[in-house]
Design a protein around this ligand. Structure first.
Ligand SMILES: CC(C)(COP(=O)(O)OP(=O)(O)OC[C@H]1O[C@@H](n2cnc3c(N)ncnc32)[C@H](O)[C@@H]1OP(=O)(O)O)[C@@H](O)C(=O)NCCC(=O)NCCS
Length: 374
């Protein structure tokens, strides 16, 4: 008798063990710490240290970590030249995938010891934000900006994109989204990354593959699509009418639903609260009214579907004045840390991923040589 189980999309399947992150109905923990406490008390560099090294850094470790990250900023000239050659209309996520892959040819870390892999991960954090900010500037006819040592990673991304230091509110909110996006267990892109790691391939290949997976609108691409949806409506009435119609037609609404969370996404609660404060400061209650007009009918259905982190994130980034094409790439700038932590964990206790499939093709048949096929 067959012991195989069929689970489309691997739903409900435990495909591996991890000490990095726990995603449960009631909680989200990074290495044991609740996301709400991390969101309140630490900055992204501390989260990155926690995910890669297993513990929150001491003050000295944080300085050392930042020094290492600062030292890795600045793309090699051939990578900048390659980014220049990519046609203007290519989406930023595709540029990021190519940029990371190209930068991989100039990997400054040579070995594969645990320390080398952690340093390579820190280098990849710098590469991702450098590719995004470089491309953003080149599209505006401007040259890349040098990093400023010792500042928060969110501040660095904004400085290297805009060419001037950002205000504290923007830095704080971008930093919060980076913390919330940093890690989420065996989601599609992390699983892609772990599958590549399980072949004992290299870290750059795994991150490049993961970027491809994150791009899709059912995964990271949802933050951009959720904001595009909000911008489609002139007011709350229009949005409300549309959403009721969409629900009746069983359309998927971007930024809602989750494979694991069925009672709401912790990250969405945290970010929505901050987004509302920001909207008030910016005087954009009109956008929040549309946001609520889309959300309310979905969460008050008989079978409610709750916003995931991408729904408030789209509007947060919009209120911060960031262009839509940067939303999912900023997700990468954060999640690259989680991917690299999983890469290291996978290779430290590896078993290659190789599930089975259910064959639905033709029954066995005989090959006819070409001159008998008519
Ligand atoms: C995230 C997602 C891919 C999870 O998919 P899943 O686990 O396969 O969930 P299902 O598609 O089986 O959804 C279960 C039910 O909720 C409904 N549902 C799920 N997400 C929905 C959404 N965003 N809008 C409307 N209905 C949704 C499904 O239609 C289904 O209804 P049914 O039981 O009446 O058929 C899915 O919710 C989705 O596509 N969301 C939109 C994209 C998104 O925001 N992605 C970011 C995720 S962090």
């Amino acid at each position: 008798m067959s012991t195989e189980t069929f689970s489309p999309g691997l739903e409900g399947v435990v495909a591996g063990k991890t000490a990095i992150c726990c995603v449960d109905q009631g909680k989200l923990l990074y290495r044991g710490y609740p996301i709400s406490e991390l969101a309140e008390h630490v900055v992204y560099a501390e989260v990155a240290h926690l995910l890669l090294y297993g513990e929150l850094p001491t003050k000295k470790q944080l300085v050392d970590f930042r020094t290492m990250l600062d030292g890795f900023h600045g793309l090699p000239k051939p990578v900048i030249d390659a980014i220049r050659l990519i046609p203007r209309d290519v989406p930023m996520m595709d540029v990021l995938r190519t940029g990371v892959s190209m930068a991989g040819h100039f990997d400054p870390v040579k070995g594969t010891s645990l320390d080398d892999q952690r340093r390579r991960a820190v280098w990849l954090i710098a590469v991702c934000s450098d590719v995004v900010s470089t491309r953003y500037r080149l599209l505006q006819g401007k040259e890349p900006v040098a990093p400023k040592p010792g500042i928060r990673h969110a501040a660095q991304i904004l400085l290297m994109s805009h060419g001037s230091e950002a205000d504290e509110t923007s830095i704080k909110l971008l930093d919060l989204t980076l913390t919330l996006y940093a890690e989420h267990e065996f989601n599609a892109s992390t699983f892609t990354n772990r599958v590549i790691a399980s072949t004992m391939s290299n870290m750059v290949s795994a991150v490049t593959g993961a970027i491809g997976a994150l791009k899709g609108p059912l995964h990271g691409g949802a933050n951009e699509e959720a904001m595009e949806l909000i911008l489609r409506f002139k007011n709350a009435q229009e949005a409300g009418a549309w959403v009721n119609d969409a629900l009746a037609k069983k359309e998927k609404i971007m930024g809602f639903g989750h494979r694991v969370y069925k009672n709401g996404d912790h990250r969405a609660h945290i970010l929505e609260r901050e987004m509302r404060k920001l909207a008030e400061v910016k005087g954009r209650q009109d956008l929040v009214a549309v946001y609520d007009a889309i959300k309310n009918p979905i969460v008050s259905k008989d079978k409610p579907i709750y916003p995931n982190v991408d729904y408030p994130c789209g509007l947060t980034y919009y209120l911060l004045g960031l262009p839509l094409d940067l939303y999912t790439p900023l997700f990468v700038c954060s999640r690259v840390t989680g991917w690299c932590a999983h890469f290291i964990e996978q290779q430290s206790d590896n078993r290659i991923y190789r599930p089975l499939s259910q064959y639905t093709g033709p029954a066995e048949r005989r090959v006819q040589p070409i001159d008998q096929r008519g």
